[in-house]
Design a protein around this ligand. Structure first.
Ligand code: PMP
Ligand code: GLN
Length: 393
């Protein structure tokens, strides 16, 4: 828990610096392999990067339109039709944002009144708690429990009450790697419809999904079209996390409400990059298949290495994160385990307890990012192997 800063507004007290920045700084300081913050160590496709360079050269350097450049909005619509059979109007139903992060924050600021409740699953991505707090909302969580990170429907129903405004969903899910299946999405949709709440769904890992599973956007479920805001980003699908080109789509009314907020946060961003991501979304099928199979091979390599070391590994169905239970290695507390890991092994990971309201629920869980070159993953496994014989940290 970071110290209070007297200048910071009360609703943001306790948020401090994100664990991802802190752990990346620690990795740099100690020369460790950084498996904490999730970003790939290879950049996205050359042809996409060339388009960004060309866009800078050919003069796309002034404010793009408020909704996002037309080519990108059209490409988002085509992408959602191609992969999910959706029919989205690129003029009224799409908004380009500064990454998924802005899409999430703008959605919550636009849709949640102070005091209204937002239900989400824990562990949750850290910006959710901050965005709910910024909006003056009240967070209610439903716990995903290992080994398969399922939730209890009774807990979900109990979390929803008369003040619930929306449910904030994330599938594929960071940090657990869980992919919500059709049955769960049908259950969540039923709860949303019966209670007349909105669903904001973060699908940034939509193309990182393994073992032949399908990504099902909740907006495709019956009755969900008018109550869902779907968010994604070019960061994960094209290994270009620094570009911060994200987007959302939903009914014209929802998009217009969120746009009102978004225009006063950044107005617009990343003009030249928007042109390049437009082309990226239209890449051939083999690009998306290779991205998936390449990451699946990394998952297999890394998870079997972690298992050999003795961790209890929760094999992810999607994303580029693997969570492990550290108790078989005689450690109990993920925070002290992660703080000691750089010195001990030269590897950085992230304690999952920080993504829970109930820190006990995730106390012994740690997240590793495996979006790294195979040789880097092998080196990390090699370094972590000292834990096999090393006893208590
Ligand atoms: N949602 C989830 C679940 C994430 O893991 C991340 C981080 N990569 C984001 C949103 C933020 O995406 P962006 O970098 O596009 O803002
Ligand atoms: N989404 C990345 C992760 O989960 C981190 C992005 C960030 O640092 N905000 O590791």
């Amino acid at each position: 828990m970071p110290p209070n800063n007297p200048y910071l507004v009360e609703r943001l007290q306790g948020f401090g610096t994100t664990i991802f920045s802190e752990m990346s700084a620690l990795a740099l300081e100690t020369g460790s392999i950084n498996l904490g913050q999730g970003f790939p160590d290879t950049d996205g496709p050359d042809e996409v990067r060339e388009i960004a360079i060309e866009a800078v050269r050919s003069g796309y350097n002034q404010y793009p339109p408020g909704l996002g450049v037309e080519a990108l909005r059209k490409a988002i619509s085509v992408h959602q039709g191609r992969f999910y059979g959706l029919d989205i109007d690129p003029v009224t139903e799409v908004l380009v944002t500064a990454g998924a992060t802005e899409a999430i924050a703008a959605s919550l600021l636009a849709l949640v009144e102070p005091g209204q409740e937002v239900v989400t699953f824990e562990p949750y991505y850290d910006s959710y708690a901050a965005a709910i707090a910024l909006a003056g909302g009240v967070r209610r969580v439903v716990t995903l429990r290992p080994p398969d990170y399922r939730y209890d429907i009774a807990e979900l129903e109990a979390a929803i009450g008369p003040r619930t405004r929306l449910l904030l969903l994330n599938s594929p899910h960071n940090p657990t790697g869980k992919v919500f299946d059709r049955e769960e999405l049908a259950q969540i949709s039923k709860v949303a419809i019966e209670n007349e709440i909105l669903v904001v769904t973060d699908e940034v890992y939509e193309h990182l999904i393994f073992d032949g599973r399908e990504h099902v956007p909740i907006v495709t479920m019956p009755g969900m079209a008018d109550r869902t805001v779907t968010i994604s980003s070019g960061g994960k699908s094209f290994s270009l996390t620094g570009w911060k080109i994200g987007w959302l789509h939903g009914s014209a009314e929802l998009v217009s409400a969120i746009r009102t907020v978004k225009q006063f946060l950044t107005y617009v961003s990343g003009g030249p990059f928007q042109h390049a991501i437009a082309a990226a979304l239209l890449l051939r099928d083999s690009y998306f298949e290779d991205l998936k199979s390449d990451m699946e091979a990394k998952r297999d390599l890394f998870c079997s290495g972690l298992t050999d070391i003795g961790f209890d590994v929760f094999r992810p169905a999607g994303t580029y994160f693997a969570t492990v239970d550290i108790r078989p290695l005689d450690s109990e507390d993920g925070i002290s385990f992660c703080l000691g890991l750089p010195e001990r092994c030269g590897v950085v990971a992230v304690p999952t307890s920080l993504f829970y309201d109930d820190p006990e629920a995730g106390r012994h869980l740690v997240r590793f990012a495996f979006c790294k070159k195979p040789e880097v993953l092998c080196e990390a496994i090699d370094r972590l192997s000292v834990l096999k014989t090393g006893g208590v940290l």
